[in-house]
Design a binder for this molecule. Structure first.
Ligand code: S3P
Length: 450
């Protein structure tokens, strides 16, 4: 298998400074989770699927390239508009070289599932960050379904060579971690299996795969399981029918300007058409508990997902206790919530953050390091992070971003309101999820300079 591409041939440092209030209306790019899923499910559909509002960040473009390499036809029609001619369930062909997913755990893990139900042999690889992330959690259930791992790096990591099952078997899978990627991988493999594939999750994770599967005509039944969980059953071997997908704005990207508007005095922003799927709105709930002024202007349904315009105004925040069971609904938002917590009065305790250790970086440690370097009082106690809010942290440090886009953007938001500027060592990875971030923030009044 090939070596991973060089990941940071050049560093792009960036500095955020205090300036005036942030003001304006904006629409952040399309949701990353839905964008990956739309490309993969469109590729498993017979006929033409048109996707609009697709996130054209590096992560999603790697998934598009992977789908092409597996035999689907994908054409970019214009800004965020893509036409996909799929190969049908079970129809992938063996690619000529390894599939390279860059920084993207979602693209890689979902593709592992989609490939596992097809009689093809596929090599998976990614950048230095993705090569450190656990793949065994996804591969284990896929092996139960009949896939075979031919080669894998130490610790069950990338690079990995997978042989999909010629006759995949449906399973009942009790997920050991609250992970939408894991759930989705099993469901995507289950598409090619006869009968029912069931995933049981103790805590409900984002349900975009289930929603999109139904949108494309598959039979998916979801029942409550325990206090916070779900039992999801997919009827295998459906004939997926093409269906247009309009990708709503990504709430995980919206989180950055949203928090910036809260902590930069005098700010007022309107964020348009942000997806408000209840399994993604943990940050909004938490910020409101902290006293944030976030108004829902217009709630509507867009392509099977709820969306709303959000008006946010700067506000004094107070510390809160964030329960562990909320983590799946805001798992990507903790770094920027921790920034908000530094500007609050009082203690914010964020519980049950163990999954943060296996993101694009060890995000629990990277977040604590980022805040501490800039004068905030932070502790990690087991899987909890505790921030002692001080109103306005000192800033003044350079933050190591560890190839992690969300650490990079969170640190910059901190610098917009801390006493002294905050610098990041590398802004390059922001392009994995939020192309145009720097220009968009500058347009609202942010002082970001190289
Ligand atoms: C995602 C699920 C989450 C999240 C990631 C996107 C998805 O990961 O952190 O950014 O699209 O399914 P886990 O499933 O590993 O929690």
């Amino acid at each position: 298998m090939n070596a991973a591409e060089p990941t940071s041939p050049q560093l792009f440092p960036l500095t955020a400074r205090r300036a005036g209030a942030l003001r304006g209306r904006l629409r952040v790019p399309g949701d990353k989770s839905i964008s990956h899923r739309a490309l993969i499910l469109g590729s498993l559909t017979v006929g033409e699927t048109v996707v609009s509002g697709l996130l054209e960040g590096e992560d999603v473009l790697h998934t598009a390239a992977a789908m092409r390499a597996l035999g689907a036809r994908l054409e970019r029609g214009g800004d965020g508009v893509w036409r996909i001619h799929g190969v049908g369930v079970g129809g992938f062909a063996s690619p000529t070289g390894p599939l390279y997913f860059g920084n993207s755990g979602t693209g890689c893990r979902l593709a592992l599932g989609a490939v596992a139900g097809c009689p093809v042999t596929v090599a998976f690889d990614g950048d230095a960050s993705l090569r450190k992330r656990p793949m065994r959690r996804v591969v284990d259930p896929l092996i139960r379904m009949g896939a075979r791992v031919i080669e894998v790096a130490e610790g069950g990591r990338l690079p990995l060579l997978l042989e999909g099952a010629a006759d995949p078997m449906p399973i009942v899978y009790e997920s050991p971690v609250p992970s939408a990627q894991l759930k989705s991988a099993v469901l995507l493999a289950g598409l090619a299996a006869p009968g029912e594939t069931t995933v049981i999750e103790a805590e409900a994770s984002r349900d975009h795969t289930e929603r999109l599967l139904k949108h494309f005509g598959a039979h998916v039944a979801t029942k409550p399981h325990g206090a916070h969980g779900r039992r999801i059953t997919l009827q295998g071997q459906p004939e997926l029918e093409p269906a247009a997908v309009a990708v709503p704005a990504d709430p995980s990207s919206a989180a950055f300007p949203l928090v910036a508007a809260l902590i930069v005095p005098g700010s007022e922003l309107v964020l348009e058409a942000v997806m408000t799927n209840p399994l993604r709105t943990g940050l909004l709930t938490t910020l409101r508990e902290m006293g944030a002024d976030i108004e829902v202007l217009e709630k509507r349904d867009d392509g099977g997902e709820e969306v709303a315009d959000l008006r946010v105004r700067a506000r004094a925040l107070k510390g809160v206790d964030v329960p562990a069971e909320r983590a799946p609904a805001m798992i990507d938002e903790y770094p920027v919530l921790a920034v908000a917590a530094c500007f609050a009065e009082g203690v914010t305790r964020m519980r049950g953050l163990q999954e943060l250790r296996v993101k694009e970086s060890d995000r629990l440690q990277a977040t604590a390091d980022m805040l501490r370097a800039n004068g905030a009082l932070v502790e990690i106690e087991g899987d909890d992070m505790i921030v002692q809010g001080q109103g306005r942290p000192a800033g003044g440090a350079e933050v190591a971003t560890h190839m992690d886009h969300r650490i990079a953007m969170s640190a910059l938001m901190m610098g917009l309101a801390s006493e002294a500027p905050v610098r990041i060592d590398d802004s390059a990875f922001i392009a994995t999820s939020f192309p145009g971030f720097v220009e968009l923030m500058r347009g609202l009044g942010a002082d970001l300079a190289g």
